[in-house]
Design a binder for this molecule. Structure first.
Ligand code: NAG
Length: 300
């Protein structure tokens, strides 16, 4: 009798706990068997947008864009990259080429068409890698928005300072390995440098928590691979309209980001000013202006 009571009690609480769990996002499986969580919001027949996060960032950080664009009629897709957010976290595949393959799996399995891909930071690099590696999928993409990512991060020691500045190559090779080896301590100042000083502590802590969903080891492997890629030869081969966004307060000096638009045929660039809170995370710090600029480009 007593046992039966205990069992009933236990089952009841288990059921209550299960029903309280937030609905988890649906999953696609990559070609190497990794589960990636994604969300689709807004009318099914709406114009397609796909937001790709930056290194170590979670899809949920796009929520101010998801809310706005789905409300004005777009079909908005977000996904957590491998090792990031709520997606599977295998101990392999932390290189941009693999992430571009994952991006292609998202595009093809969700059958996205006429989609505008908005890539933040490393999300832009994934878009360049994907364009380079998957010509058969080019027809799916209508436009690109590249948000604050230089075409080369590492300054070749054989370059002059002017050569490095032209493309905003902001790190020497050594510092990349130094940051990667000490991510437990480097993460917080790194994330801090991506915002303006006016970011609230609550927002900063929340973004830091999203970053910590990825292990330091996986993040370090991806950071090194991402940093040493050079996308300059891909840019002139992009054949869809592109908008390149930079910020006066970004860690990447804006002239070297705007340079990208001079390399892509017909591309436009826009620099968010200091008054517009033009940081690396401008989409979070000034969503009204960011959404307006992206809207105008996508609707044009
Ligand atoms: C999907 O939406 C839920 C609820 O807002 C959120 O918790 C989750 O992080 C989102 N996942 C992705 C991949 O966008």
């Amino acid at each position: 009798m007593k046992l039966q009571f205990l069992l009933t009690f236990f089952v009841f609480h288990l059921a209550a706990a299960a029903s309280m769990k937030p609905q988890s996002a649906p999953v696609i499986k990559t070609q190497d068997g990794i589960g990636l969580r994604y969300n689709q919001t807004g009318p099914k027949n709406g114009q397609q947008l796909l937001f790709v996060p930056g290194w170590r960032q979670a899809a949920v950080e796009w929520r101010k864009q998801v809310e706005y664009f789905s409300q004005v009629g777009f079909r908005v897709t977000t996904f957590d990259m491998r090792g990031h957010g709520d997606s599977d976290k295998p101990d392999f595949g932390y290189r941009v080429s693999r992430f571009a393959a994952d991006l292609n799996d998202v595009l093809t399995q969700l059958d996205l068409r006429d989609v505008t891909i908005i890539g933040h930071s490393m999300g832009s690099s994934l878009s360049w890698a994907w364009w380079d590696q998957y010509p058969d999928s080019h027809r799916r993409v209508a436009k690109f928005v590249f948000v604050d990512q230089s075409a080369v991060i590492v300054k070749n020691p054989h370059w002059t300072d002017a050569q490095a500045a032209e493309v905003s190559a902001i790190f020497g090779p050594g510092p990349i390995y130094d940051i990667a080896a000490d991510l437990a301590n480097q993460l917080e100042p790194l994330v801090r440098s991506m915002f303006t000083p006016s970011v609230s502590e609550a927002d900063f802590e929340w973004v830091l928590d999203q970053n910590k969903k990825m292990s330091d080891a996986n993040a370090a492997a991806l950071f090194v691979d991402h940093s040493f890629r050079d996308w300059r030869d891909v840019l002139p081969r992009i054949t869809v309209p592109a908008l390149v966004l930079s910020g006066e307060l970004s860690v990447f000096p804006h002239a070297g980001i705007a340079w990208i638009a001079t390399q892509i045929p017909g591309a436009k660039s826009y620099t968010f000013t200091a008054a517009e809170k033009g940081s690396h995370f401008v989409f979070w710090e000034n969503p009204e202006r960011f959404n307006e600029v992206v809207y105008d480009f996508v609707k044009r």
